[in-house]
Design a binder for this molecule. Structure first.
Ligand code: SF4
Ligand code: SF4
Ligand code: SF4
Length: 383
């Protein structure tokens, strides 16, 4: 099933976060503004609007910080959706969390969520190096490390899920530090009870200018894509034998055919509400007021006086026409329908253009496809 079939309304709940990840894709953006959380009236109006115009009843919680930092809002939005008169009884729920939350929160998650993606860089040493606890929160967690808290939460959720329709999976960032440790990581996740993992090669953080204009950012960034392809394939085959799904962000469309890369191309079927009341098309554009070069992804805004969302249909149409069958560098590409022109967010962030190209990633996607080919539909689509 192509990735653009992942249809849902996402809530970017809050800019607050209890970790200080080394590669945080939006730390500068979050730190440059006052802490903000999505107002409940906008979240509720978003549910009314989305349910009135879409068949999907899937709701999802995501950053820009750590969604469980706004636990009350998480609970109230879920309750509102599940009790909605327009097929609220069909609501399914998903979260992407850093896994560092209290016992009260994990108990609620057990009983209210269907898909929990934990951003997790296992093994323990790598997790603690890449994703250390924010020092402000150390006392709350009795000076435990992020890996200690995460391990305990994951094990508890998996051990206690019983007959609940709940999947606890990992969403892993691959950096040069763990690129050759993927088999070790598979064993680590296996021992925790995790059977579903999506891995993402590290990507550039979002700033005020595209990466192509930011020499410093380019100099600081390093990722060995050739080595990633080789190590990923070894890990993928190894995981398969262990009964673990080990996906790559570069293969999200290998299970179907589409000229679109993802939901970003059909944003009204998969809107993301930002903490400041905008509709974003993409997980990488989490604050609407000043999106800088990422402006193509802000496709709407909450209008307080009219109590409605104003939609920019021209931007929606431009995203809808961003297809691998129309872009010059993709037209002759043998994998165009299993790639869809690659991630729009990363492309615009790197090149400043919706039809830009990252040749290293194109080569990696083609190599992976020539080794792996098409596959059956993924059970759990990439978050
Ligand atoms: S958990 Fe997410 S938002 Fe928080 S610091 Fe890490 S990457 Fe950034
Ligand atoms: S980050 Fe990439 S895959 Fe995710 S919504 Fe944005 S464009 Fe799509
Ligand atoms: S691999 Fe590159 S050229 Fe091929 S469809 Fe994807 S983005 Fe286009």
């Amino acid at each position: 099933m192509p990735h653009c079939n992942k249809k849902m309304i996402s809530f970017f709940l809050t800019t607050k976060c209890n970790l200080c990840c080394r590669y945080c894709y939006n730390a500068k953006e979050r730190n440059a503004i006052e802490e903000q959380s999505l107002p409940l009236n906008i979240a509720f109006a978003g549910i009314d609007w989305y349910f009135a115009n879409n068949k999907s009843r899937h709701i999802r919680f995501y950053g820009p910080g750590e969604p469980t930092q706004e636990f009350e809002k998480l609970k109230q939005i879920t309750l509102y959706a599940k009790n909605h008169s327009n097929r609220g009884n069909e609501v399914t729920t998903e979260i992407q969390t850093n896994g560092v939350f209290t016992e009260i929160i994990r108990e609620w998650m057990l009983n209210n969520l269907n898909i929990i993606w934990i951003s997790f860089d296992g093994t323990k040493t790598i997790q603690n190096y890449n994703r250390p606890l924010n020092p402000k929160y150390q006392e709350l967690y009795n000076n435990k490390t992020s890996a200690d808290i995460l391990e305990s939460n994951v094990k508890w959720l998996i051990e206690n899920k019983g007959k609940n329709q709940l999947m606890v999976g990992a969403r892993v960032t691959i950096t040069n530090n763990n690129i050759d440790k993927q088999i070790e990581m598979i064993e680590y996740f296996y021992d925790l009870g995790i059977r579903y993992v999506w891995t993402d090669p590290v990507f550039y953080s979002v700033g005020e200018i595209p990466v192509c204009m930011d020499k410093n950012k380019r100099c600081e960034f390093s990722f060995d894509m050739n080595s990633y392809v080789k190590e990923y394939l070894d890990a993928y085959h190894y995981a398969k034998k262990r009964g673990v799904f080990w996906g790559s962000f570069l293969t999200v469309n290998f299970d179907g055919k589409s000229p679109h890369h993802c939901r970003c191309c059909i944003p009204l079927e998969a809107p993301h509400l930002t903490p400041d009341g905008y509709i974003s098309a993409c997980d990488m554009v989490v604050i609407g007021a000043e999106p800088y070069h990422m402006y193509p992804f802000i496709v709407g805004k909450w209008n307080e006086p009219t109590k409605q969302f104003d939609i920019d249909y021209e931007k929606v149409s431009i995203l809808n026409n961003r297809k691998s069958t129309l872009m010059a560098h993709c037209i002759k590409c043998p994998v165009k329908l299993h790639c869809g022109g690659f991630c729009l967010g990363e492309t615009v962030n790197e090149t400043g253009m919706l039809d830009g190209q990252n040749i290293a990633k194109c080569n990696a996607i083609r190599s992976l496809y020539s080794e792996m080919g098409s596959c059956d539909p993924y059970k759990y689509l990439h978050p």
